[in-house]
Design a protein around this ligand. Structure first.
Ligand SMILES: [Zn+2]
Length: 136
C-alpha cells in the first residue's frame, strides 16, 4: 500500500493523549497476550496536532505471534474514528520495527513493551518519529 504524504506534515510534532481507562485497558490486553504480541485499533479524534484516544477496538481476524501481530485491513469497516493501532512487544523494546513501519495504519502507532507498565508505552508517527505521549 502506498500513502501519499503531504509535505507540511513532515517535522510536525504531534501529541497523543491516553485516558487512564484506555491506558489500563492497553496494559491488561498486552499482559493477556504475553508472550505473544497483542494488537488493538485506536479510536479517537485529531484536533490540529493533538490526538485524543477515546476507544479501543479488537480488530477482526487478527493474528498474534511472539514477533508479529496484525490484521487484514480490508476486513475493517471504513471508519474515520480509527486513528491508529496499539500493539505490544513481548521483548524489552518499545521502538517500532521495520515491519511495524511497513504496516503502519492511520496516524499513530502506539507500542507497549514488557513488563507493560505505563512508562513502557511509546507513540510513533508514520516516519518512526517519537510522538509526545500523555496519560491522564
Ligand atoms: Zn511491533
Amino acid at each position: 500500500m502506498f500513502f501519499r504524504r503531504k509535505k507540511e506534515e513532515i517535522g510536525v510534532r504531534r501529541r497523543i493523549v491516553l485516558t487512564k481507562q484506555i491506558t489500563d485497558s492497553i496494559i491488561t490486553y498486552a499482559k493477556s497476550w504475553h508472550p505473544n504480541e497483542g494488537i488493538l485499533i485506536l479510536q479517537g479524534k485529531k484536533d490540529k496536532n493533538l490526538i485524543r484516544v477515546t476507544g479501543l477496538v479488537i480488530p477482526p481476524f487478527s493474528t498474534h505471534g511472539p514477533f508479529y501481530s496484525g490484521f487484514p485491513m480490508y476486513e475493517l469497516p471504513f471508519d474515520l474514528s480509527y486513528i491508529g493501532t496499539i500493539h505490544s512487544h513481548p521483548g524489552g523494546s518499545n521502538k517500532p520495527s521495520l515491519e511495524d513501519l511497513n504496516h503502519f495504519f492511520g496516524l499513530v502507532s502506539v507500542i507497549i513493551c514488557h513488563p507493560y507498565e505505563v512508562q513502557n508505552i511509546a507513540a510513533f508517527d508514520r516516519n518512526g518519529y517519537n510522538m509526545e505521549l500523555e496519560t491522564e
